[in-house]
Design a protein around this ligand. Sequence first.
Ligand code: ADP
Length: 366
Amino acid sequence: KKRIAVLTSGGDAQGMCAVVRSVVRAGIYLNCEVFGCYEGYSGLVKGGDLLKKLEWGDVRGWLSLGGTLIGTARCMEFKEREGRLLAAKNMILKGIDALVVCGGDGSLTGADLFRSEWPSLVEELIEKNILTKEACENYRNLTIVGLVGSIDNDMSLTDTTIGAFSSLERICEMVDYIDSTAASHSRAFVVEVMGRNCGWLALMAGICCGADYSFLPEIPPNSLTWKDELKEICKRHKEKGRRKTTVIVAEGAIDNELNKITSEEVKDCLVEIGLDTRITTLGHVQRGGTAVAIDRCLSTLQGVEAINAVLENTPTTPSPMIAIQNNRIVRVPLVDAVSKTKYIAQCIKEKKFEEAIKYRDSTFKE
Ligand code: ADP
């Protein structure tokens, strides 16, 4: 029987539990054995109890849960070759040569590196007499399949990432709560949302909550004029009879000269036009709670596709990332998705904002 490990890595996201459930059950259904790798890549590096076979019933009830019940971690050891050597050893000892990784671009970069190094890691294990040649006989190649778990919706080549819509839902719920107070007291709220290089959450929150203004990294306002513009827009809305004022600020908001735009600065502008203003930084509530329907659906369908991709993999197939494009679950080369994602971050750093948007999903273009 083919043995496959599944792990969740990097920042947690709603839907990661549903991914594990789907991978485990699709694997069992297609006659494989699936191992849960606990605590991200630490489970591979440490092995033992952290690499545990999961049965159908072990993932019962995981479909809707937030976070990840097999744990996630930032594993520094895995960034070093020495750590990846231990990971290869532990996998071979358990007879595992396929890995389904659900995480962000960091986790998927690590996975791809691990695969490309695998044959040389196996050689090293034999040379150093850690494992015998016979023990490694059937494990000369590693299969990697990536799934994107990220609340930021920050991965290229996929329309959405697992967790993004749940996180957006949390933001909407929280802004709705705040709105009650805002409208009652005729107050202004500056709401800070997550998203370092990617303003998808801030953009969508602005649309879904009917905000007066959103600050996002890909469409930065003019450094010299944004304060006046913001004041002018909020004042106009107020004059037209709007009681509340809502401004969304992405964690990574900047102006077109790359100066960080802070919630404090935004607040100061609103105070200057006479608004009683509060800042709310939503923080980790954005990662919390159950997965919304679209994330449950995406996790389940993509988990099944991940197992299909494992079973169809050959030593020469580039590692696939399971994506969704135009409402279809598709496979794209993992390296392409990761390099395009990194390219966007680079474009922003170099003030090539239009180029950055070209590689974002369609929401930004429209
Ligand atoms: P995300 O996957 O959400 O982008 P990180 O960038 O923190 O999150 O990566 C999560 C984990 O993936 C890291 O702690 C590390 O174990 C592994 N990882 C990230 N980048 C690499 C890399 N270049 N090489 C090897 N492992 C990596």
